[in-house]
Design a protein around this ligand. Structure first.
Ligand SMILES: [Zn+2]
Length: 407
């Protein structure tokens, strides 16, 4: 389920405008709860000219309507007056595309009913939970400084993922190394070409060095290594034979090996690769703002998503209960500013089970970071939505999910 909500503010949302809006929506194929009630009333009582939709809205205390947009049976639009001057529109549907499409179409009808530009109704509330307030309040409260990213400026997820996977490979001369033929296993969920490209970027930024290797075709032993291809060429052109199987070097396997350099250590030391991965994943998932400042304390960064602040710590190895407690303490500072807050612990090793009960969201499977982030964000959207729903639905215990038909 995906949900979007917008507040529209004007001096007063009187019954006439709301009635015009509903009449217009219904004429354009929307099915609405209020229109149904009107029809039902017409069936059971004598028709009266003063019982028009705008008139009856004028008699009502509040205003709430649930509508099914035309040709979108899996989407719902909820309109209600949150305050006399604040009309809230909530659109819920199966995915972002459907919701955006319906939201755009419905806004156009609203614009026509109001007879002006919607943009004029938006700015007053735009900053209530927006990125500006996030930067002004949350970032300083957590003592974060927006930093420039990896030395090499790799804000892309693939090189980070390769870097983290490479670190778990066996060592060659004391440093983790992988063969070119193993590239796909380092980035299992992406095409080989992307893994190759990511590795090349790590090589050109000095985080990985490339070695040329000759490997025994029979036993798999490494027979020779060199950083220059010319040395390898002169070796395979010679009459030197493999000590294990006896064939000439030219008939053995030529490979490329990638080895993490010492420059990588500084990057790993403050968990920057993990933070950058998370940064990229959050932005892909639609976070409106992300700030990372790893390696400084209890918090490595924060993000803004649908008016909720995500405070996170990203670390290598298994996290401790103490770290979770410190993270929650920082989150409370942000809560005191009046934000909804979610605390998130991301690590590249399995976290102890009791951490998950501490109120912290734990992500300990980096290879499915996108899915894990999406799971958390969908909970954020649900929480946000139940807070946004019109009061009239609360006694009925209706959630937004209940309004959507089963798939
Ligand atoms: Zn051999």
């Amino acid at each position: 389920m995906y949900v979007e909500s917008v507040d529209f503010k004007r001096q007063a949302w009187d019954a006439k405008i709301l009635g015009d809006l509903l009449t217009r929506l219904i004429a354009n194929g929307y099915q609405g709860l209020l229109a149904e009630i009107h029809q039902a009333a017409g069936r059971f009582s004598r028709p009266r000219p003063d019982r028009s939709l705008p008139n009856s809205l004028g008699q009502a205390d509040g205003f709430t309507d649930v509508l099914i947009p035309p040709a979108q049976p899996h989407t719902r639009v909820i309109f209600f007056l949150a305050q006399p001057d604040l009309l809230r529109m909530i659109v819920a549907g199966r995915n972002q595309t459907e919701v955006r499409r319906v939201a755009t179409a419905t806004k156009m009808h609203l614009e026509a009913a109001v007879g002006g530009h919607l943009s004029e109704l938006l700015p007053a509330v735009a900053d209530r939970e927006g990125p500006d307030r996030f930067r002004r309040e949350v970032v300083p409260a957590l003592h974060l400084t927006a930093s420039g990213g990896l030395v090499v400026g790799l804000r892309d997820g693939a090189p980070m993922q390769v870097m983290l996977a490479l670190r778990r490979q066996p060592a060659f001369r004391g440093r983790p190394t992988a063969l070119g033929s193993q590239l796909t296993t380092l980035l299992p969920d992406k095409p080989t070409e992307q893994a190759r490209e990511a590795m090349e970027r790590l090589v050109s930024s000095g985080i990985v060095e490339r070695w040329h290797v000759v490997i025994c075709r029979t036993g798999g032993q490494w027979l020779a290594v060199a950083q220059g291809l010319d040395e390898i060429k002169s070796l395979i052109g010679s009459n030197v034979a493999c000590p294990h199987c006896g064939v000439r070097m030219g008939e053995e396997i030529q490979e490329v090996a990638y080895r993490l350099t010492e420059a990588a250590d500084a990057q790993f030391a403050d968990n920057r690769p993990l933070c950058e991965l998370l940064d990229a994943a959050l932005r892909r998932a639609g976070a409106e703002a992300v700030v990372i400042d790893p390696g400084r304390g209890a918090v490595d960064g924060a993000a803004l998503y649908h008016g909720t602040v995500l405070v996170f710590r990203a670390r290598s190895g298994a996290p401790s209960a103490e770290e979770a407690a410190q993270l929650l303490e920082q989150s409370r500072h942000v809560e005191q500013q009046g934000w909804r807050v979610v605390s998130m612990l991301v690590c590249d090793q399995p976290a102890p089970a009791d951490l998950r009960q501490s109120g912290v969201f734990v992500v300990d499977n980096i290879s499915r970071l996108d899915a894990a982030v999406e799971e958390i964000l969908s909970k954020v959207r649900e929480q946000q939505t139940s807070a946004l729903l019109p009061p009239v639905l609360r006694p009925l215990a209706i959630s937004v999910a209940d309004l959507l038909p089963p798939e």
